[in-house]
Structures are given as C-alpha cells and as structure tokens.
Design a protein. Structure first.
Length: 434
C-alpha cells in the first residue's frame, strides 16, 4: 500500500462492530436454544473463523458476509463432534475461547491456526483447563497449536491467572458453563469484561468481587438479540491520525467505550490531548458514544501498570502518537505485546526506526523519543493487522511517500480500513500497488 502525506482528515467515520463482542456473540448464540440475531456484527476474517468452527459443530450461521447474523444455536449440550480439524486462522480469541468450550464437550476435537497463531502460547489456557479435567495435548508440552482436545464433564476451579488476559478469563468462564459447581477466575488487573457483561445480559448469573469473577455450571441458554457497538480498537487509529495530522477534525460514531477498553483515551490525556465524547448510551449492556477529535500538540508521557491491559491492542497506535509527541515516551509493563499476532514491541521498534524515530526496545516496553516530523519509508506490516494500520497513520503524517508490505492483513479485524481511510482523506493519499 502506498501512503502519501495527507492534508487534514475531515468528516465522520462509522466503525465496524467490536471484534471481541462479535466473537462472544457468535459463541454464545451457537450454544443457545433457538435463533439469536446479532446486529452490527464485525465481518472480518477472525470472526468468520469463530463462525465456521461452530458451523462445523452443527450451529447454523447466516449472514457471515453481512453485519446482521442469524444464528441457529445447538443448545448448550448440543454441539456435535467436528469431522475435521477446526481452523482458528489468525485469531487468538477464536483459539483460546473455543478451547474453553471444547474442553467441556463429550467429544474429541483438534484446533489449529495460521503460521502466526501456531507460535502463540496456549499453556495459559490449557494448564487451567487440564486442571478442570480436560485432556489437551499440543506441541511444546501442550503450549503450541495444533491442540488436540478430549473434552469431559469438567469440575469447577478457582484459578488465579498470572496475567491480565480476557482470553484466559473468558476461556475459563466458558468452560465453567460446562463444569460441576463453581468456577472462579482472579486476574492481576482488570482485562476487558465483555464476557461477563454478555453472560449477565443473556441471563447467565455471574458474580464479581474485585478482580475475581465466578460462574456456575449452566443448564441452557435462551436465544437472544444483541447489537454490537463500534470497535474502540478500530477507532484508535482514526483518533491518533486526527490528533497528529494538523487541521484534522473527525467524528467517530457509535464507538464502544467500555472502560476496560479505553485506556488509550487516558494515555492520550496524559499527552495533553482532549477528546470529547457524547453522553454515553447503553447498547446491549455496553456503553457507546460518539467521539470528537481534532489535531492537537502532544507531549511525551509514561504509561504502565493497570493502564496497559486497558489499552493492550492500542499500543501500536499510541506508539505513533508518541513518535510525534514533544519529548520522550516510556511504555512499561507491556511484555504481553511480545506474544500478540507478532512481537509488537520488536515490530514497532524496527518499523518506527525506518520513519526516523529514535526507539529503544526494552524487555517490557519501549522508549520513544518523539520528533517534529517523520520521514516516509518502505516498511513492513509483519502480517499483523494492527501494525499495518498504525504504519498507515505514521505514513499519512510523514514527509514523503511510504509503502507498507502485506497491507491486506487488516482483514483480520477491519477489512474496510483502507476504504474508510480513503473516504476521509483529500485526494488519493492511499493506493494499492501491484
Ligand atoms: C481479546 C483479548 C486480548 C486482546 C485481543 C482480544 C479478547 O488478548 O489483545 O485482541 O477478545 O478477549 P489477551 O487476552 O491475550 O490479552
């Protein structure tokens, strides 16, 4: 993708549906009795992977190419053994949440993923799921996909996770639906709580006490209707682009602003940015607002601790803001970024250096020395959707042209990203080469 320096971003952007919420709606709709309707669902490769896996186990999912899904569920105890290996593609959420479900099924299944996902750690879910009674095998002692799962009637557990991970928490809560007694998960700081909110919304009782959440084995789930808010993680790239490109003014419509997701707003606030939000409304148990952003001067800052899990997927966008801020920015406590779709600390350090940014890579973060302007360059997305989108923002803000390799990997979470960006740019600032 060729990205040319662009004049101000102006207009209104409607974001695609939230990826995390869409996955969960497909999973729970497939486990419900009757037909569930999901409006505003994200149509992306990752969510299709989840839908296809449930279709392979007997659910019917219509509208996979649409933002309106109709799911004929199998009932909580009605999934059937898949005939073939299930493929989670690039999607960590699919693999980890599905493993939680599969651990509780009276059948055998195998779950694999693409070459990126097959490198990502699974022991974080397979270890606690094994302690609930499931037999799970994988490469590297059960840590790496493919995973072979012999499900069983699980026993509840009380698990303290060493990492704040919504995928770990959600895998165990889903397994807990199939377990005898209670399943409790405690995390070191609060990760996104969409699973908990959705459980409550569809009548699955959940108890929260500080950082511990508890669920009991369930008998059935009734079909439900749900509307998916716009994805804050998709909005992040437009927020940062509007902040760093002088003269920009953007309205982002219908964005999910669940506080477990909006750490980027706090981080940008620390940099001196003000982003206005309309009064929130509640959509299917999630707060949603319109966001208004205009270009502003940013100053370097430090982010760490509990803020990191609340902006985990936004660090690539944040790093671009830091690259153009006045003074240094330090990112700490973010070692989890090394086990995302790719090692995002290494990827950001390498690619932002190509733009002329002075970046020091640390074991758990980055030190970026902001500069007044970036230089256009040839850079690589590493096949990672969020890297590609962050580099696009850097390219728009840079002097000179930028080319980004493998730009279509955005299809994991935001297939329309390039078109949506083009629609708010004057002229042809983004164009596909070759
Ligand atoms: C997600 C949780 C996060 C996030 C991912 C989506 C989810 O991963 O990075 O993009 O939907 O639960 P971890 O749970 O590994 O932190």
């Amino acid at each position: 993708m060729r990205v040319s320096p662009a004049g101000p971003l102006k207009g209104t952007v409607t974001l695609p549906g939230d990826k995390s919420i869409t996955h969960r709606a497909i999973i729970l709709g497939s486990l419900a009795d009757g037909v569930s309707e999901i409006t505003g669902a994200l149509q992306s490769e990752d969510c299709r992977s989840t839908a296809r896996a449930f279709v392979a186990m007997g659910a019917e999912v219509e509208g996979i190419e649409d933002d309106r899904l109709r799911i004929q569920g199998c009932g909580l105890y009605g999934l059937k053994e898949p005939e073939d290996v299930l493929d989670a593609g690039n999607s960590g959420t699919t693999m980890r949440l599905l493993t939680g479900v599969l651990a509780g099924q009276p059948f055998f299944s195998v779950l694999t993923g693409d070459r990126y996902l097959r490198k990502r750690p699974m022991a974080r879910i397979t270890a606690p799921l094994k302690s609930m009674g499931a037999a799970i095998m994988g490469r590297d002692g059960g840590n790496l996909p493919p995973l072979a799962i012999r499900g069983t009637r699980l026993k509840g557990t009380d698990y303290t996770s060493p990492i704040a991970s919504a995928q770990v928490k959600s895998a165990l809560l889903l397994a807990g639906l199939f377990a005898e007694g209670e399943t409790a998960v405690t995390e070191p700081s609060l990760s996104r709580d969409h699973t908990e909110r959705m459980f409550e919304g569809i009548g699955l009782p959940i108890q929260r006490n500080g950082l511990t959440v508890r669920v009991r084995g369930a008998r059935a789930i009734s079909a439900f209707n749900l509307t998916v808010p716009g994805d804050f993680s998709a909005a992040a790239f437009f927020l940062v682009a509007a902040l760093v490109i002088p003269g920009s003014e953007l309205t982002l419509r219908g964005v999910g602003i669940n506080p477990t997701r909006t750490g980027l707003l706090d981080a940008l606030g620390l940099m001196g940015a003000t982003i206005e939000a309309s009064p929130p409304r509640i959509v299917s148990g999630e707060p949603v607002a319109d966001l208004f952003v205009r270009s502003q001067e940013l100053r370097g800052t430090e982010i760490r601790g509990d803020l990191i899990p609340r902006m985990l997927d936004e660090v690539p966008a944040f790093a671009v803001a830091a690259a153009l801020a006045k003074g240094p920015t330090i990112i700490r406590d973010a070692a989890e970024l090394r086990v995302k779709e790719v090692d995002r600390l290494a990827a950001l350090a390498k690619e932002l250096r190509r733009f002329g940014v002075d970046v020091e890579e640390r074991s758990d973060g980055l030190l970026l020395r902001g500069r007044a302007s970036l230089s256009g360059c040839e850079c690589e997305s590493w096949g990672d959707h969020r890297m590609a989108m962050a580099l696009a923002v850097a390219g728009l803000a840079a002097k000179g042209n930028t080319t980004i390799s493998d730009p279509l990997c955005v299809s994991s979470s935001f297939p329309d990203f390039w078109a949506r960006l083009d629609s708010i740019l004057p002229g042809a600032a983004v164009s596909l080469e070759g």
